[in-house]
Design a protein around this ligand. Structure first.
Ligand code: SF4
Ligand code: SF4
Length: 188
């Protein structure tokens, strides 16, 4: 059976340091306004009246049914045997149809190049046996790559508060939600 790779995002470990974002930006030398991975603070107090903090780190979800790929008139997207959705920038005509089609707001428009770009799960690194730059860059091991065809998925969720319905495109990202949220330290 072929692999079905996805990101595993462990919000129980994430401290919101943005190191994954920066590791990605540094590895690909992205323009300042471009972010292939984004760290969000889940709204404080979403679960309680006590001020709590919770973070989520997201990039392309390498969907089983990628709407970006369906929408692209230039065939600039392909899906590998292992499930990674690759954007081929040389074919991109910059029409932004994929940006409109992706429910997760993932593809980013590079105004200087007049083309789109997005996370491709560092497939060249994966092909040589390395982990993606974001995985390597996280100091608390809060991101990993999993093969959904080889694990049970027990304890993992497909959804997260504020995350669009993952069933629309069958996102392969899996989340581990925090068991105990971090309380915000404030001066009294
Ligand atoms: S998250 Fe968006 S850009 Fe990534 S594969 Fe899914 S539809 Fe395409
Ligand atoms: S912006 Fe590029 S990748 Fe996106 S739909 Fe248009 S041609 Fe395809």
């Amino acid at each position: 059976m072929s692999k079905k790779l996805g990101f595993l995002v462990n919000s129980d470990r994430c401290v919101g340091c943005h190191s994954c974002e920066m590791a990605c930006k540094n590895y690909y030398q992205q323009d300042p306004e471009i972010r292939w991975r984004k760290v969000y603070a889940v709204k404080e107090g979403a679960h309680s009246t006590i001020p709590l903090r919770e973070y989520i780190s997201v990039a392309c979800n390498h969907c089983e049914e990628p709407s970006c790929m369906k929408a692209c008139p230039a065939r600039a997207y392909s899906k590998r045997q292992d499930g990674i959705v690759v954007h081929h920038q040389s074919r991109c005509i910059g029409c932004k149809m994929c940006i409109m089609a992706c429910p997760y707001n993932v593809p980013e428009y590079n105004a200087s190049m007049k083309k789109v770009e997005k996370c491709h799960m560092c497939y060249e690194r994966i092909d040589r046996g390395d982990k993606p730059a974001c995985v390597e860059g996280c100091p608390v091991d809060a991101i990993d790559i999993i093969d959904l065809n080889a694990i049970s998925g027990f304890g993992m969720d497909t959804n997260y508060a504020g995350f669009p319905n993952p069933e629309i495109t069958k996102s392969t990202t899996r989340f581990i939600k925090p068991k105990a949220l971090m309380q915000v330290r404030r001066e009294k």
